[in-house]
Design a binder for this molecule. Sequence first.
Ligand SMILES: *Cc1c(COP(=O)(O)O)cnc(C)c1O
Length: 389
Amino acid sequence: MTFLTHLVCALCGRQFIADALHNLCPDCQRPLLARYDLAALRACWDREQLAVREPTLWRYREVLPMRDPRQAVQLGEGFTPLLPAIRLGQQLGLPHLWVKEEGINPTGSFKARGLCLAVSRARELGVQEVVIPSAGNAAGAMAAYAARAGIRAHVFMPADVPLPFRQECQALGATVTLVPGLITDCAQAARQGIQSHGWFDLSTLKEPYRLEGKKTMGYELAEQLGWHLPDVIIYPAGGGTGLIGMWKAFAELEELGWTNGRRPRMVAVQAEGCAPIPRAFHQGAEFADPWVGGKTVAAGLRVPSAVGDFLMLRALRESQGTAVTVTDDELLSAQRRFSRSEGIHACPEGGAALAALEKLVSAGWVQAQEQVVLFNTGTGLKYPEVVGG
Ligand SMILES: *Cc1c(COP(=O)(O)O)cnc(C)c1O
């Protein structure tokens, strides 16, 4: 069923067996990536077979890591609509603009994709307790999948996290600890539980399978656009799993012979108050220095330091893409235009993507005839204090 073969460190190339629990590479403390026997898969799997499969991310199960499909913990994740954004497109002069609407995923964000795979695979490998430091959506998604899997969830959140994020975790049965400070402080606090209780760490890119869940966005875009990839993808990036995951998916799709090798220009959007990736991109750096402080209402973008920084920067450069910053005022006013123009109650992170697209259109970086995909990564419902009327 799965064609998973092994794991490989994204930085040093060291290989690991796939059927054991792993966090970061023990040599260089960088992410491990799942590898599949794509040549064998190419010989027996045809993209036309997808037509009759279930409308969830599990339609791509051959390139997902589960050995035993019965261990997959499912809530109807993925295969979200790719909606033509006609009114926004008119405002921007872009007749070929789409929105990938991730707010309809279980727990209201695309974090469901990654946590679905991470929790499923952890349970398959025998894990009974999972832990996550999270500024919001990742925690809710983990709590949901852990509850459904029958394993215990421990969540460490910044004390100032909006109430709905916290309530969601508690409603789903997770143990929630509030930590003063940023997500990096939460990670520090979580480490204690990991060391003393052996909880398994599901932090962004610190285990290999959240990335596998998020990469399905790349498969879906290809399938939904008739196996032609768009010219530009605008992505609000925090830890970067979606950006890195889609870039991995595009490479796999080429190896499968399902797409023709013309890939999109990838755009990472961050908030001006926490922008380590745009800063490193424009400095020409291979890695991003940690951002000191880190302040934005877009909780998903408040990631001062990411272990996958070099993978995001590589994807931006290899794709001839770019990195853009927007202010909180810009992203909130774009969030309102997004919601009112398209009937999608966008999150502030989705607003950031729209604000960045507006800048790229005025700068001439995105041209009128190009096909553009804008990500709304979650619902606006969890941010009552900033996303108002
Ligand atoms: C986590 C999150 C992001 C950032 O996603 P990454 O793939 O981790 O970069 C963007 N938007 C929302 C709503 C999020 O929850």
